[in-house]
Design a protein around this ligand. Structure first.
Ligand code: SAM
Ligand code: SF4
Length: 336
């Protein structure tokens, strides 16, 4: 099979090294690279988006997902870009839910359009959402995202609760000198709503223009500031995800810290990513990728299972032992 493999040249100059096969149980799908925001760490203001016919249709996404679920994937995250700007997103949720009742079906969203869709998404079978929220200050939100939207995002979070979504998480990318003074406010915000608050390390990406201005806040410092505000962090059993998870001893509030750069979780990574334009990737940062859209569009349907089997086998062996910590990717395409 002619796979199209694009390991990043600087991370793998001598070709692709195949490691032992890993079980892949988690698929993250960027269903669109488009977004109603232009967060400075994610994409440039003048971002050019994929042509519409290069983006996978719902039928193509669903067929790829069906195969991966049959091969052992038990969790799918719908992400983007902003997944809710894709028309008929509820129909896609229904299609993915139809693959298996046992599938964990979750979404990462900026929540600005969630109020409009909350009940339909719940009815369609979406289990849970993670909301990206870096600030509770409207002026700062507009500066960071280059668009206003805080009120809509907050309304989206409340609508999720009203529609019956449980175990919602809010994710804050901590950027030194930009929003790190809001760690206490974010903890309070989440505590008032019974939401798990997670703090994410900023990832330097080729496309972002915060690289030089955002100071890195070391994980130890994030912990210190959480504890200064909320009391002792007590570790709780780590889930399958990348977060180190805690409860605040005094209040029982759940907190997570994700340090993808300083404490990479590559060794135990069980995920693959499907980009909006149909590339299956082994890693956010590097590793290999296979342009399955083109392979599937140019291959008879009877051969699709073989193409996807070979792709998955390849990707499960080409995951980097540890990523190089540099973002050569565009987050909205690959699905952060
Ligand atoms: N639009 C949706 C959202 O913002 O939740 C989903 C897609 S967005 C690319 C997914 C996540 O990637 C968000 O939580 C965002 O904060 C994160 N992200 C984007 N660029 C990042 C960077 N340079 N460092 C860390 N996280 C980043
Ligand atoms: Fe859009 Fe999410 Fe990227 Fe912000 S982080 S520009 S909301 S895709």
């Amino acid at each position: 099979m002619a796979v199209i493999v694009n390991p990043h040249p600087s991370s793998n100059p001598s070709g692709v090294e195949l490691g032992p096969a890993r079980a892949i149980t988690y698929l993250r799908i960027s269903i669109t690279d488009r977004c109603n925001l232009r967060c400075q760490y994610c994409m440039p203001e003048d971002q050019t988006f994929f042509e519409r016919d290069s983006v996978l249709s719902f039928e193509e996404i669903s067929a790829i997902a069906r195969h991966l679920v049959a091969r052992g994937v038990d969790k799918i995250r719908i992400t983007g870009g902003e997944p809710l700007v894709r028309r008929e997103v509820v129909a896609l949720v229904e299609m993915l839910r139809g693959l298996s009742d046992d599938l964990q079906l979750v979404m990462t969203t900026n929540a600005m359009l969630f109020e409009r869709h909350a009940r339909d998404l719940r009815a369609a079978g979406l289990d849970r959402i993670n909301v990206s929220l870096d600030t509770l200050r409207a002026d700062r939100f507009e500066q960071l995202a280059r668009r206003p939207g805080l009120d809509a995002a907050l309304a989206g979070i409340d609508a999720a609760h009203a529609a019956g979504f449980e175990n919602t998480k809010t994710n804050m990318v901590v950027m030194g000198g930009i929003n790190d003074d809001e760690i206490p406010a974010m903890l309070d915000f989440a505590a008032e709503r019974g939401i798990e608050q997670r703090f994410l390390e900023f990832m330097p990406l080729t496309s972002n223009d915060y690289g030089v201005r955002a100071e890195r806040v070391p994980v130890g410092e994030i912990r210190r500031r959480i504890e200064a505000h909320g009391g002792t962090l007590v570790p709780r059993t780590k889930g399958s995800g990348p977060a180190d998870t805690f409860v605040l001893e005094r209040t029982g509030q759940k907190v997570g810290i994700i340090a993808a750069i300083s404490l990479p979780f590559c060794e135990t990574c069980n995920r693959v990513r499907l980009t909006a334009d149909g590339r299956l990737r082994s890693c956010l940062f590097e590793g290999g990728e296979v342009q399955v859209r083109d392979l599937l569009r140019s291959t008879p349907t009877a051969d699709h299972a073989r193409v996807l089997d070979e792709t998955l086998d390849y990707l499960s062996r080409v995951k980097p032992p540890v990523h190089d910590g540099l973002g050569h990717v565009q987050m909205n395409q690959v699905g952060g």
